[in-house]
Design a protein around this ligand. Structure first.
Ligand code: ATP
Ligand code: MG
Length: 435
């Protein structure tokens, strides 16, 4: 006999089920409030884009483009043409593409945010998945350092709203392309002088993208990277002033930060300010949020040149940190559970539940099986298990009298009372949990 077929989820891609999903919804609600408080508007772009958007936008010589993208060739159309498509590994390129395509910046800058799944073919481990979720904020069309600072303050505001305390902020300034060219030459000279200590990745990137070597995760190369020439020493007046202005805002707002000259971020599109929010409480995958300025990305993918700055945070990591920090996230429970001792009461009960729900009461309806609704005892057990504060009992007597019995299931929820079915408006609010 052949083994029954058992289809599982794709490796590195998770189902998010209750009660865990309630934590996701709570986090998303906090984020929406925070974004609204900063006047950021929601944007939703497709999870699939032309592969070229990422090869051009992120840079050919990046981990993502070199080895992590889910790319495929679409079916041919009637002219024999097939698109090269990729699942998005990040969403800044997509947002920028959308802004350019729809001329979103015609009347000035835009502050945007998104939430959604991203896809990278990495080795799955704690805090690293193949489908993971990012929340991102992007401010397009603004060149001033105050917007860099605003983005950083937005992230710090989010940590506060979520109740996350164990984070630190690292900053760096990547300067402008001409300043980077000077640094690049110095870097190549330095690494050439230490050829023997380079790993394979580094040797390959030495001439194509030496800056990327600084982003290495290879412990054997840390000392070498530590001693490499620093970009900060190649910055001109304007870049320094921009960086200083960002720092001044942070300092005035009591946001502690450390300047990390080795912070280069994994993507090619950044310039000037880059930053990461890091925690020591999640092991190796400690980067919660990363971002920076990307003033050249829009024109890089064919849009009208415009400055921009943004960040993305990893939802799985933030949720994991919330657990580590013991932040209590409310698990949604219904206000009331409908106990229906006799099937004859079902139509009346459901009329009543509908009226209560329309008034904002969360009610869980008892559901039976083939054999009927079950005993009062078993229904009350379910009512208790639901976490509801009240049972609504639609007994034959009650229903005949045009009433329902409201019984407290939790201490402090009040005495048992009969309520009129015809007039739910007069008592619906008494079932709601105090906010
Ligand atoms: P890392 O250095 O951890 O690989 P990254 O620099 O590749 O991160 P970004 O591209 O800046 O990450 O993405 C922003 C955030 O998204 C990260 O700080 C992290 O919280 C999250 N993230 C990135 N890749 C993954 C992944 N494979 N699984 C879960 N979260 C991820
Ligand atoms: Mg990565």
């Amino acid at each position: 006999m052949s083994k029954p077929l058992r289809i599982t989820a794709v490796k590195g891609m998770n189902d998010i089920l209750p009660p865990e999903s309630a934590r996701w919804e709570w986090l998303e609600a906090v984020v929406r409030r925070a974004m609204a408080a900063h006047a950021f508007r929601n944007v939703r772009t497709p999870i699939m884009e032309h592969t070229q958007l990422f090869t051009r936008g992120l840079g050919e010589v990046t981990d993502i483009v070199e080895k992590e993208m889910y790319s495929f060739e679409d079916r041919q159309d009637q002219h024999g043409h097939a698109d090269h498509l990729s699942l998005r590994p990040e969403n800044t390129a997509g947002v920028v593409r959308a802004a350019a395509e729809h001329n979103l910046l015609y009347d000035g800058g835009k502050r945007l945010y998104y939430m959604g799944p991203m896809f990278r073919r990495e080795r799955p481990q704690r805090g690293r998945y193949r489908q993971f979720h990012q929340i991102g904020a992007e401010a397009l069309g603004f060149g001033g350092p105050e917007v860099d600072a605003e983005l950083i303050l937005l992230a710090a505001h989010l940590w506060a709203e979520l109740g996350i305390r164990h984070w630190r902020l690292e900053l760096n300034c990547l300067g402008q392309p001409d300043e980077r060219r000077g640094h690049r030459a110095a870097l190549i000279a330095y690494f050439e002088a230490h050829q023997g200590q380079l790993d394979e990745d580094a040797r390959r990137r030495l001439h194509s993208n030496p800056l990327r070597i600084l982003d290495t995760k290879n412990p054997a190369m840390q000392a070498l990277v530590e001693g490499a020439p620093k970009l900060i020493d190649h910055l001109g007046e304007a870049s320094r002033a921009h960086f200083q202005a960002v720092q001044d805002v942070l300092a005035a707002n009591g946001i502690a930060f450390a300047i990390n000259p080795r912070l280069v971020r994994g993507l090619d599109y950044y310039n000037l300010t880059v930053f990461e929010f890091i925690t020591e409480h999640l092991g190796a995958q400690g980067t919660l949020c990363g971002g920076g300025r990307y003033d050249y990305l829009i024109e890089q993918i064919g849009g009208k040149p415009a400055p921009a700055v943004g960040w993305a945070l990893g939802v799985e990591r933030v949720l994991e940190l919330l657990k580590e920090e013991g932040v209590a996230v409310p698990d949604p429970v219904p206000d009331a559970y409908a106990v229906i001792p006799d099937a004859g009461g079902v139509p009346q009960a459901m009329r009543c539940l509908r009226a209560l729900r329309a008034r904002g009461v969360a009610v869980q309806m008892h559901a039976g099986g083939e054999a009927g609704l079950g005993s009062m005892k078993s229904q009350f057990k379910k009512a208790d298990g639901s976490g509801a504060r009240f049972a609504l009992i639609f007994g034959a007597d009650e229903v005949a009298a045009g009433e329902v019995t409201v019984k407290a299931l939790r201490d402090g929820a009040g005495a048992q009372a009969r309520r009129p079915l015809a007039d739910p408006a007069t008592w619906a609010d008494s079932l709601k949990s105090p906010a």
